[in-house]
Design a protein. Structure first.
Length: 339
């Protein structure tokens, strides 16, 4: 068996403007969330209904997710998570957004405009506003008018100022909201991604962990947390369950497959065959990506003692213009010499 002096190439972090130091650009693969596969909502409790809708949202099936959130609200208008999801997946057309705005207005009137229960709904309604300046002013007004229960508008303010590049101000808004409302998932998500944007990856870890207590199947958070644990804390054993969960949600995502395979090889007892399956699947999904062929070459050469397959994978890597041409050519020559 030939042993390399290089490692598996891992994929990049996908959240926060300050990315971790990984080499492959993100390529989002979407799993299926077809209407025929969806459980009928009346057969599910509210928690399961939300989980089903969020599954579609995580998979990029925005229209399907929006339909599920709206369907929940028709029979259970008190489910706040469904209102949140409906706004997050709101259609781009003015008519669709106007309809959702009217529904929020009616719900706010039913709970009482000045009550704590109205605060999330008022915030979500403002998030439908495309004019950021107008939204920001209205959110500040909400925060100032309701000092005892303003975690929702403070979180929304964090999102607005972060979109303008003012991450330190955003960090303050998210941290205050998370402190006041520890169960508010969006505050923890904002805190984690803002720490990433500021280059504070280790400080993002507790925020991701807390967020995932509220949203345990969010593949983006699972993915980023796993990579921080591997790259910055050298804890591949702790990272593995997060990548496995992300893979369950997005089984055909190339980045997740690539990193799952990499982390499987870093375990004290490496699952080499599972790692190979991950890399083969990544190659089948993204055959023009040179790095997926490189990863297969490494596992065949270093772990499976299959020199012919390693050579074939490395040669394909060269054909596709992989960046490490000189190193890989030398490795191919070494493999051929030892065959």
């Amino acid at each position: 068996m030939q042993t390399s002096s290089t490692s598996i190439v891992q994929a990049a972090s996908r959240l926060g403007s300050a990315q971790l130091a990984f080499l492959v650009l993100a390529t989002l693969g979407l799993a299926s969330c077809a209407a025929d596969d969806r459980p009928r909502l009346p057969e599910l409790n509210a928690s399961d209904q939300l989980a089903n809708a969020r599954q579609c949202q995580y998979q990029g099936r925005t229209a399907a997710a929006h339909g599920l959130f709206v369907e929940i609200l028709r029979s259970q208008p008190d489910v706040l998570g469904a209102w949140e999801g409906a706004v997050e997946t709101a259609p781009d057309d003015d008519a669709g957004r106007a309809e959702l705005d009217r529904a929020l207005e009616a719900r706010i009137a039913s709970v009482g405009t000045s009550t704590p229960a109205a605060m999330p709904l008022l915030t979500l309604r403002l998030e439908l506003t495309t004019d950021l300046a107008a939204r920001e002013k209205a959110l500040y007004d909400l925060v100032n008018a309701h000092p005892s229960h303003n975690a929702w508008p403070r979180t929304a303010l964090g999102t607005v100022v972060a979109s303008r590049g003012n991450h330190r101000a955003a960090l303050r808004f998210f941290a205050e909201a998370a402190d006041d409302a520890p169960g508010l998932a969006r505050a923890w998500s904002g805190l984690a991604t803002t720490q990433m944007a500021l280059g504070n990856e280790l400080d993002a870890v507790p925020a991701y962990e807390r967020y995932l207590r509220e949203r345990p199947r969010d593949p983006q958070a699972l993915y980023n947390l796993a990579l921080i644990l591997v790259q910055r804390r050298q804890r591949p054993r702790d990272a593995l369950p997060y990548l496995e969960r992300a893979n369950q949600v997005l089984p055909d995502d190339v980045d997740i497959l690539t990193n799952l395979g990499s982390v499987l090889l870093l375990q004290n007892d490496p699952d080499i065959k599972h790692a190979e399956r991950c890399f083969v699947r990544a190659r089948d999904l993204s055959p023009q990506d040179p790095d997926v062929h490189y990863n297969l070459g490494v596992i065949y050469a270093d772990h499976l003692d299959q020199d012919a397959k390693a050579i074939s994978s490395f040669e394909r890597y060269l054909e596709l213009g992989g960046s490490g041409q000189e190193r890989v050519r030398a490795w191919i020559a070494e493999l051929k010499k030892g065959s």
